[in-house]
Design a binder for this molecule. Structure first.
Ligand SMILES: NC(=O)c1ccc[n+]([C@@H]2O[C@H](COP(=O)([O-])OP(=O)(O)OC[C@H]3O[C@@H](n4cnc5c(N)ncnc54)[C@H](OP(=O)(O)O)[C@@H]3O)[C@@H](O)[C@H]2O)c1
Length: 411
């Protein structure tokens, strides 16, 4: 029997959704998987809920206990981690995976931590054969695979890659969990204390190899009109991670979209005057939120009203949430192409848990080591079309050249 997938952080808010999803997928017992976390009491409770003939087993492990992490890695085919903020708890597990040659997927969106892990462990991962794939949730699978899909369509229909791609959020319904809030607060806290990190967070190429030297400047999105989508637009809260991952994919794939490839993301707020004020409000709101996270008294105050670790969107919100994205690409020759990515369920939780589970299954079952060797990969560069196929078949997502809904966009 093959080695199991192990979900470390099984008792986290998103980890529990993932475990329920894997249990549902495993009705025939063909999926070998285990849960792991630090609290036996919480694991037992979750195990009882996942009843039936294929009830999952569990292992105990603390994120700081190297012996326990090593044992998990030796037993696992792929370790999936939802223990975050990753910048606080994630490094010992990365170290254990690269030392043992074990594959790994996670949900981090913390660019500064990813860069540190690449610097510290990439050569060891290449030697041991451990394949590390960060950002396997809403950030950044829809963006990374969305660009990958658009560029394939562009090559097919326009016979050239797009030199500039824009992702615009047409519609979006979802919420935040305490773990996501804690991760965002931790980045803001680290950045407030470190000017070099503040500069790094502004760099769209911060996850690219050091020899990446583009001759173009990325666009900084503000509240503005975008004629390509006939709408006002505002900054998108996930662009800080998604743009970095997309540029890293281009670099790891050998620059198939050009060294001067441009990518930006924004939220559509509507084409009329109301859309214009919504765009301005959204842009102001995001600046204020980041400022609030960075300043200790405001952080404390916001922390009282935002979800705490372990809390998140209700089951109803997880079920009824969705996301609807359009990608607009322009070739260097002035031709345009549009593609769409749609996903059922709350993007950060219901949809993210399925994306993470399918990314790990894809890495384990579909991707041979002679095609993708040890190292730090992105979802598109490691998993590409295999993952698109899985997401369409098992995760309620659609990648297409037609929009899922033709209605006028409202974010
Ligand atoms: N990319 C995306 O789209 C996306 C979406 C959702 C979440 N996320 C990220 O995923 C992570 C989890 O989010 P969440 O809302 O599920 O968080 P959460 O509910 O706060 O869970 C955090 C988990 O970390 C565990 N933990 C903390 N310290 C530990 C230690 N020393 N040893 C072992 N486990 C430890 C906690 O264990 P206990 O259960 O024992 O307390 C808990 O299960 C966050 O970093 C968040 O930013 C990303």
């Amino acid at each position: 029997m093959s080695k199991p997938l192990i979900v470390f952080g099984a008792t986290s808010f998103v980890g529990q959704i993932l475990c329920r999803y894997l249990h549902e997928l495993n009705q025939d017992g063909s999926l070998n998987w285990l849960m792991a976390a630090r609290s036996e009491e919480k694991l037992k409770k979750l195990q009882q809920e996942l009843s039936g003939p294929h009830q999952p087993q569990y292992r105990l492990a603390d994120a700081a206990n190297e012996t326990q992490l090593k044992a998990l890695c030796e037993e696992a085919d792929v370790v999936i981690s939802t223990v975050g903020p990753y910048a606080l708890y994630g490094e010992p597990l990365i170290k254990a995976c690269v030392e043992s040659g074990t594959d790994y997927c996670d949900l981090t969106g913390e660019t500064q931590w990813i860069r540190r892990m690449i610097e510290r462990y990439e050569s060891q991962a290449q030697e041991s054969g451990s394949r590390i794939v960060h950002c396997c949730g809403f950030d950044s699978i829809p963006s990374d695979l969305g660009v990958w899909y658009l560029q394939q369509q562009s090559q097919k229909e326009l016979d050239a890659p797009c030199q500039h791609v824009k992702m615009r959020v047409r519609k979006f319904k979802g919420g935040f969990s305490g773990g996501t809030v804690a991760s965002m607060m931790n980045v803001a806290k680290e950045a407030a204390a470190d000017p070099a990190l503040r500069r790094e967070l502004q760099d769209p190429y911060s996850l690219c190899p050091p020899d990446n030297k583009p001759a173009v400047r990325q666009h900084k999105i503000t509240a503005a009109r975008d004629d390509d989508v006939d709408s006002w637009i505002a900054p998108f809260v996930m662009e800080g991670i998604n743009t970095r991952v997309v540029h890293r994919s281009n670099a790891l794939l050998g620059y198939p979209w050009g060294q001067d490839f441009l990518y930006d993301e924004a939220v559509m707020t509507g084409g009329d005057a109301k859309g214009q004020s919504r765009a301005k409000r959204t842009a102001r709101g995001q600046t204020l939120m980041m400022l609030g996270f960075a300043l200790p008294p405001l952080r404390w105050l916001m922390g009282r009203f935002l979800p705490k670790p372990g809390e998140g969107p209700s089951p109803e919100m997880q079920r009824t949430g969705f996301f609807d994205l359009v990608f607009v690409g322009h070739t260097a020759g002035g031709k345009t192409i549009r593609t769409f990515v749609y996903g059922e369920r709350d993007p950060g939780y219901g949809a993210t848990a399925r994306m993470l589970g399918q990314a790990a299954l894809c890495l384990s079952r579909d991707i041979d080591r002679d095609k993708v060797a040890g190292g730090f990969w992105t979802p598109a560069s490691a998993l590409g079309n295999h993952l698109i196929q899985r997401l369409e078949q098992h995760a309620g997502m659609r990648f297409s050249t037609d929009p899922v809904s033709a209605e006028a966009p409202q974010s």
